[in-house]
Design a binder for this molecule. Structure first.
Ligand code: CTP
Length: 308
């Protein structure tokens, strides 16, 4: 009788700070190199020691990673370097077959390769790094948007996180607050639990700009990739209209429209985008499980600006 083959288990580690579609694409490719993907999320201390402080905490980064559809298991507080000891733990305790990383060099402070040992024993595989996005780049986009808008006191050297700036931030960020809700996946999980199929409508850049006066930090296609990477999402409408219309409800066979409690709040005079589903009795507000918003994240970025 033929033995059932043991599943191939692969390991990918990383900081996964400000989770973006580059990370999602890396995990997707890693998963394709095996049957089960185990993800090591590097501890705050190790990130501080190797590349400077992360914006998001261990717990927040863990939540984000766990919400991605390619991730089977997570190991919290993973080390930055694949040491001999940790490599043996991966092989023996976690039955890992291969250790995976993007094709960008990952160096320790002393200039040596963090994956040297795994490469030496032939248990290393590589995936293609996604161009055009990184955690550093996202921090840059946020800071740049402040500068361009010229609404806040930003100088070339650094940003002073005054109370005034923080209140400006709360006006600025509602568009990207949406991204955080999506990328943290928690609200999407709550929504998915209310039905069997979760369809997510993603607004296009222009309608966000028209409504809020600011460009979103992530473009429509970037936001779409992030939402699609979430394990609770079944389908997306790319460039969904601002208002949920009767026609849309019929076309997509929608039985419930859900919105979170952490929201940008309608500006005066604006039409309620959910008027139709409300009148039909198919609208529900769900409590956003996390208090984290893009405002709080951006405030952290501004607070720590000198560190980046
Ligand atoms: N990664 C990728 N494409 C990107 C960014 C990251 O493929 N645009 C991969 C990395 O190669 C790594 C994994 O995602 O295998 C986790 O990356 P992380 O430790 O977060 O590192 P960085 O490369 O520093 O990513 P970022 O600059 O966005 O923080």
């Amino acid at each position: 009788k033929r033995e059932r083959k043991r599943p191939v288990r692969v390991y990918m580690d990383g900081c996964f700070d400000l989770m973006h579609y580059g990370h999602a694409n890396a995990l997707r490719q890693a998963k394709m190199l095996g049957d089960q993907l185990v993800v090591g999320v590097v501890s705050d201390e190790e990130i501080v020691a190797n590349k400077g402080p992360p914006v998001l905490s261990m717990e927040e980064r863990l939540t984000l990673v766990s919400g991605l559809k390619w991730v089977d298991e997570v190991i919290p507080n993973a080390p930055y370097e694949i040491t001999e000891e940790f490599m043996n733990t991966l092989f023996n305790k976690y039955s890992i077959d291969y250790i995976i990383h993007g094709d960008d060099p990952c160096l320790l402070p002393d200039g040596t390769d963090a994956y040297a040992l795994a490469k030496k024993v032939g248990r290393y595989k590589q995936i293609k790094r996604t161009e055009g996005v990184s955690s550093t780049d996202i921090v840059g986009r946020i800071l740049l948007t402040f500068k361009q808008k010229d609404a806040v006191a930003v100088d070339e050297v650094g940003v002073k996180p005054t109370d005034e700036l923080k209140s400006q931030l709360s006006h600025f960020l509602p568009t990207s607050r949406r991204i955080m809700q999506f990328s943290n996946g928690q609200i999407l999980r709550s929504a998915r639990q209310l039905g069997d199929f979760l369809l997510v409508g993603i607004h296009d850049d222009q309608s966000i700009r028209d409504r809020r006066g600011y460009r979103p930090i992530m473009h429509l296609h970037e936001r779409t990739l992030s939402v699609l990477a979430c394990r609770y999402v079944d389908e997306v409408i790319i460039g969904a209209p601002w208002e949920v219309s009767k026609d849309m409800i019929t076309t997509f066979n929608i039985s419930l429209v859900v919105h979170g409690t952490v929201t940008e709040g309608n500006s005066a005079g604006e039409i309620d985008p959910y008027a139709v589903p409300k009148s039909m009795g198919i609208f529900k507000t769900v409590t956003s499980p996390k208090s984290i918003t893009s405002v709080s994240v951006a405030t952290r970025i501004v607070d720590n600006h000198e560190a980046y």
